[in-house]
Design a protein around this ligand. Structure first.
Ligand code: SF4
Ligand code: SF4
Length: 265
């Protein structure tokens, strides 16, 4: 694999039309600043527990919470996503971030990836071609090498794991119990901003012991074959939205890129 150099050209493209996965504290800040926040849910359905040697499954488990769907165990990863349509509200006319000192972790990490199982590809990035022809080495053998970027990625992964039980409480409070099948896409849930902010504050300060896993999760896939397989293993899975469902489906392939991808493990 060739080393990939990188030098930001300050073009500002990455601050337009993106979905920013935020930590719990960043999501609170984002909403308090007047931004839009959605909750994206995907779930891994493992009819039998994955091997402890399965590093990808271990990564997924660390950043998700356990629940049940149709009586079978799942692990739900909920992403708090700052949705940016057009230019980010924090982007100044000089293409500089107006909240630079408190900008989200993903903005600091970009264009590197948070998820170690997500292959780095310059084609997936908003950066212009000349950004990849100058500067120090960002990626070597597929992994980031810049010390500061590595420290930020480690911090993002630590926060992701720390936030998982809070996200369980948040989903409960907001009545969110539908997740897309992991790797296929996300169930995108939007709620009233004030209700989400209140639930974020409450979920953050609630005691750690939450009792038994929630049992009312449903899996959504647009693929009939996926649904049939899941149902045969006892999961509550559907390929059609049910009455009163308010989520919409985001295909992993078609959705705007999740900046510094957390998902698709
Ligand atoms: S918060 Fe700042 S760095 Fe992040 S997308 Fe918005 S303008 Fe860009
Ligand atoms: S798209 Fe890439 S080159 Fe342009 S401002 Fe963002 S990080 Fe820098």
């Amino acid at each position: 694999m060739v080393d990939i150099p990188f030098a930001c050209t300050m073009c500002g493209k990455c601050c337009n039309n993106h979905s920013l996965p935020l930590t719990f504290d960043e999501a609170i800040m984002w909403l308090e600043d007047g931004g839009h926040l959605h909750v994206f849910c995907e779930a891994a359905a493992w009819p039998s527990p994955p091997s402890p040697a399965d590093a990808q499954a271990a990564y997924r488990k660390r950043r998700s919470f356990a629940a049940r769907s149709g009586g079978s165990p799942i692990h739900v990863a909920a992403l708090l996503v700052g949705v940016v349509k057009g230019p980010c509200r924090n982007l100044g006319p000089d293409m500089r971030c107006r909240i630079y000192d408190r900008r989200p972790l993903v903005c600091r990490i970009y264009p590197a990836e948070v998820n170690p199982f997500f292959a780095f590809e310059t084609d997936r990035k908003a950066c212009p071609p000349d950004a990849w022809t100058a500067g120090g080495t960002l990626i070597a053998d597929g992994d980031p090498v810049d010390e500061a970027t590595c420290a930020l990625i480690a911090e993002a992964r630590r926060r992701d794991a720390e936030d998982a039980p809070r996200k369980r409480r948040l989903c409960r409070a907001l009545g969110i119990h539908v997740a897309a099948v992991a790797g296929e896409g996300f169930a995108n849930h939007m709620r009233n901003a004030d209700a989400v902010l209140k639930a974020l504050h409450e979920a953050k300060s609630a005691p750690a012991d939450d009792g038994p896993d929630d049992t009312d999760w449903r899996l959504y896939s647009p693929r009939a074959a996926t649904v049939e397989t899941l149902r045969s293993s006892g999961f509550d899975a559907v390929s059609q939205k049910q009455k009163n469902d308010t989520f919409w489906y985001e295909s992993a392939a078609a959705m705007p890129k999740l900046r510094a991808a957390y998902a698709a493990a």
